[in-house]
Design a binder for this molecule. Sequence first.
Ligand SMILES: C[S@@+](CC[C@H](N)C(=O)[O-])C[C@H]1O[C@@H](n2cnc3c(N)ncnc32)[C@H](O)[C@@H]1O
Length: 325
Amino acid sequence: MDKEIMSSVESFYSEVAVEPKPTLCCPTSYKEEDVSHIPTEAREISYGCGSPMGLADIREGEKVLDLGSGGGIDCFIASRKVGKTGSVVGVDMTDEMLAKARKASVKVAANLGYGNVEFKKGLLEDIPVGSGAVDLVTSNCVVNLSTDKALVLREIHRALKHKGRFCISDIVSEKEVPEGMRADKKLWGECISGAIEEKKFLAMAREAGFYGLHIVSKFLYRVVEGMRFYSITLKGYKFEKGPECLYKGHYAVYNGPFSSVSDDDGHDYPVGIPVEVCTDTLEKLKGPPYRGLFTIIDTRGKLEAVPCRPRETEKTPGGGGSSCC
Ligand SMILES: C[S@@+](CC[C@H](N)C(=O)[O-])C[C@H]1O[C@@H](n2cnc3c(N)ncnc32)[C@H](O)[C@@H]1O
């Protein structure tokens, strides 16, 4: 971690927490019904670049962790979506942001009739929550500000439960940001200098252990010195593999519309061809983001009994191959 950059980012955000800076606000549009319970003091220091809470398919009762929560706008949106049985933790390193967010949370709780949001001081690089603690991690225009994005993504993976997910809005660059621009502290604070290429961001997320990565929103954010910067919202999923991966007679048939697809574990699924899958792969294909793309055929009890067998790659009578991870 580069302490000098971190401290300049902190002083940048402590200033814009106290004195709202409308020109820093990215073109983020929130639905009025999502923000009507949030006081102006929190809304006017919203510096996000996307709408992760609107795209994260939040369910009642979920535990949500928002990183770089700032004035708290996304935490408050999530607070309503998860309801009183759910909970939301916002983490930020800047005292002035935390103070404003905590103050606003009292009004939000009064408007909703319950309080389920907590703000913690901490770093993205050392997230102050236990391992496997939350269903969903969100972040809105923050990861670009970190000088150790790989560590941040590993921390997000650690904080998530098995089958948890992240939904992150952030800025990416069309190509590598040149040294001169990276040294510009104001541009760093404005979410430009710390941006990395989208393919690098995805590679880091995959390296951290996530699968099913996909972009759910993308638009041109700014052009600086002729270079394009985009706002993207990326989703990814955590899956902890079981102690053993067994074939129990399940086949996955890819429904199309493409002629074939491959998953993160290297399995190929030609359209319409049954591919035998192990129990771990079956679990993944039944849930998001793959749900609905495959028809699962369960042959248990319908074919001659075959003993469960561990990892293998032989061809199957269904026409496809068996696949394991
Ligand atoms: C661009 S603002 C976004 C705030 C909020 N997500 C929103 O949408 O309004 C970035 C926020 O991330 C915080 N931040 C930046 N780097 C951080 C880090 N490494 N650890 C914790 N917080 C960080 C800043 O203090 C600031 O509040």
